[in-house]
Design a protein around this ligand. Sequence first.
Ligand SMILES: Nc1ncnc2c1ncn2[C@@H]1O[C@H](COP(=O)(O)OP(=O)(O)OP(=O)(O)O)[C@@H](O)[C@H]1O
Length: 300
Amino acid sequence: MTTDIEPTGAGSPKAAAGTAVPVLQATGVTKKFGGLTAVQNVDLQVNTGEIVGLIGPNGAGKTTFFNCLTGLYVPTDGTVTYKGTVLPHQSHLVTKAGIARTFQNIRLFANMTVLENVLVGRHTRTKEGLWSALLRGPGFKKAEKESEERAMELLEFTGLAAKRDHLARNLPYGEQRKLEIARALASDPGLLLLDEPTAGMNPQETRTTQDLVFAIRDQGIAVLVIEHDMRFIFNLCDRVAVLVQGEKLVEGTAEVVQADERVVAAYLGTPYEGAPGAEEVSEVEAAEAHSTVGKEGDTK
Ligand SMILES: Nc1ncnc2c1ncn2[C@@H]1O[C@H](COP(=O)(O)OP(=O)(O)OP(=O)(O)O)[C@@H](O)[C@H]1O
């Protein structure tokens, strides 16, 4: 069996040299839920060979933005293109186009084996139809064999090959997250979206996940990752975008983002000049100051 992927740990922190070509282009993406604007006019580009981070405080709109990219939500406004083609608003078509994702809350088939979970992720790339599957003809058997070989390659890649016959629900938490990544990779994506891949992991597991993401990038798959673990994000990403109250506040290298005082203020909840909602905050503060002055005056 030939494999075009190296085992976990083969990655390196440096992006592969070469001309950057846009893989994902989100332009003016807005998502409203009734009166709540969860994502406001966000532009984001991910290029070939890149790992891009998306960070922001709780409720900033990160997952909603992911859902707009992957067809789970229809954006209220804006467009999303993958390799220059506008994406449909249906998640299975987005997967077919070449974008795969994992979820914040693990979504495995708990009572299926590790191998079966990866095979499920393979179905968008399997051409054999229903009748072929029911009759189990030669075409189906060949496709089934190829799918299984590919699934095993991915289990080797993610370090889960020895557990191929274990039920997904019996895996330790960190391995369940890796299995989600293996299943996402089974659709042969050009872009992988990871929603909090290290949530609940210990430092050792986080380190292994970092190596795994580098190795995925080194296979030519661009990565966009949401994560609250700042050390992980800043070690991993070529670029980081910061969302605050649905708007993109800053975008740049780890150094640029870390040095931006507005980012620190956003995480600490301190309003800064021009921040979304800052005008309302200063109006409230002015009104409170005014009423305090009034009360002090009353006591005189
Ligand atoms: N389906 C929905 N209906 C209504 N409001 C929603 C829906 N999904 C998200 N929201 C709201 O949109 C805002 C952004 O939520 P979102 O989950 O995208 O934030 P997040 O940055 O991913 O947060 P966290 O880091 O906590 O996961 C929040 O105010 C949330 O309550």
